[in-house]
Design a protein. Sequence first.
Length: 223
Amino acid sequence: MNKKIYGILIILLYSSAVDAQIGIRVGPGFGYGMRAYPRYPRGNNQKKDADYSFKPSVNISLGYGFPNLDKNQFASTYYYYPGTATQTGPLIGSVDYQFNRAMAIGLLITNGMVNAPYYSYSSSSPSFTGSLNNTAVMLDFVRYIPVTGKVVAPFIRTAIGINIWNENYTDPSGNKINFTSNPSDFAYQISLGANFYVAKKAGLFIEAGYGKYILNAGLAFKL
């Protein structure tokens, strides 16, 4: 029993010695003794800790995307096919809560419109015009890529959600016609981008990917 107690005491003493950086010295006339040398903080480590300190934040981005890929939702039938589409937007906004240095979660919302003339295969004049107004609401996951410094913050964005459509088809006289393209209700976006902070909590961003848009750029804020 005594041997076990001695063993435990030796282990505890050794652990304390390592933690306190204890050195062994020979004392004059007293045999062997021990003296604890003080542990001094390392300036470089303190600076590194300060540089990598993190506080949760709300990140907001407002931008304009191009092109509007909702034009891919126009349908063609045996009798009609869409011509060259004109587009507005999409306007894009996201609000993300960054809860650690590498991850954020929030909402990504886009809104835009595309218009296209529809032609019959037997005529060169438009038979009617179709328009799709879309609002997409998506759950947004952002993964930040670690880099040195705080000016540039690259990220990978993944978003999934739903499309809200407003379809409208009119003939050359402006009368509504019964035609629908049944666009997809599933919305998604996969992108690679970066925030460029020109001030402490404000800057610009650019993002490229596929889903609701291919290229997106605008303003970025951190609250």
